[in-house]
Design a binder for this molecule. Structure first.
Ligand SMILES: NC(=O)c1ccc[n+]([C@@H]2O[C@H](COP(=O)([O-])OP(=O)(O)OC[C@H]3O[C@@H](n4cnc5c(N)ncnc54)[C@H](O)[C@@H]3O)[C@@H](O)[C@H]2O)c1
Length: 269
């Protein structure tokens, strides 16, 4: 018996065109899952799905906005039409936004409420809506795994990214809430966990952590100093934890937040 077998599993990834989502999608397709990449950028998404197909994996792209229930419901209906089921949902859409970041010389008083609400909306509401929608076929099938995307900012507030940290802290709380809600009101074979990546150089944090010439900013240096591994993570280093969380290898695991951070979160001095 292979506890990690995900052959033929239908895995839906929101933020599937993002740096982390696309790497995870490629890996899962190579493990013989049917991967559905969701995102807003149709051209990028179709190209990514094509690349995966050329490498022998099964992946398709569907366009949707995770903050729009109707848009997510449409793609869920299309997934059910095509595959008849959804085994796993990875809520990877999200991230920080420049407008919601306090400038190096700014303070809490400068936070623009509209920008703050946007970051909450994409990270928190944008996790709740796909979960509401894709949970229904999982309930019908009495099986499923949902993985939310948290962050280091969820455990201890990081300077400058207050809205993002608030949203990700809420993701941890939501994950625990949902794990119980789903197991007790629907069925214990549907599990809800989260992954908390440490620092991976991607579009949303590149400007915060590195200068245009590639050297580290003061903040980038702070992160490395605080990371026992003394480096940023590589997107592919999230794949093992995701694989575990969506497979039967974690059949008694729910409500957890799995940290993948080179030790950032446990560092004290
Ligand atoms: N990169 C990191 O170091 C890091 C660390 C911790 C957590 N995370 C989290 O991991 C997840 C993926 O991050 P990433 O680094 O791949 O970021 P990314 O910006 O490369 O990808 C995020 C994706 O979400 C999509 N998205 C944003 N708003 C959307 C909407 N309304 N509807 C549909 N799609 C939308 C974007 O288009 C993008 O493709 C995010 O939730 C992020 O907060 C990232």
């Amino acid at each position: 018996m292979n506890l990690f077998n995900i052959q033929g599993h239908v895995v839906v990834i929101t933020g599937g065109t993002g740096v982390l989502g696309r790497e995870i999608g490629k890996y899962l397709a190579m493990e013989s899952a049917h991967v559905v990449l969701l995102g807003r950028k149709e051209e990028v998404g179709k190209q990514l799905a094509e690349n995966i197909q050329q490498q022998g994996g099964d992946a398709i792209f569907m366009q949707c906005d995770v903050t729009d229930s109707q848009s997510v419901q449409r793609v869920c209906d299309a997934v059910i039409d095509k595959y008849g089921k959804v085994d796993a949902l990875l809520n990877a859409a999200g991230g920080n936004m420049p407008g919601a970041t306090i400038s190096p010389t700014g303070t809490f008083l400068d936070i623009q409420i509209e920008e703050f609400q946007k970051v909450l909306n994409v990270n928190l509401t944008g996790t709740i809506i796909p979960t509401q929608v894709f949970l229904k076929p999982m309930i019908e099938a009495h099986k499923g795994s949902i993985v939310n995307f948290s962050s280091m900012a969820s455990f201890r507030p990081l300077t400058r990214v207050m809205g993002y940290g608030n949203a990700k802290a809420a993701i941890n709380n939501l994950t625990a809430f949902l794990a119980n809600e789903v197991a007790t009101k629907f069925c214990p074979e549907i599990r809800v966990n989260a992954i908390a990546p440490g620092f991976f150089l991607t579009n949303q944090n590149r400007a915060l952590l590195t200068n245009p010439d590639g050297s580290l900013t003061e903040r980038g240096n702070d992160v490395i100093r605080q990371t026992p591994f003394k480096r940023f993570g590589k997107p592919e280093e999230l794949c093992g934890t995701i694989h575990y969380l969506i497979s039967d290898a974690s059949s008694f695991v729910t409500g957890t937040v799995s940290v993948v951070d080179g030790g950032f979160n446990i560092f004290t001095m």
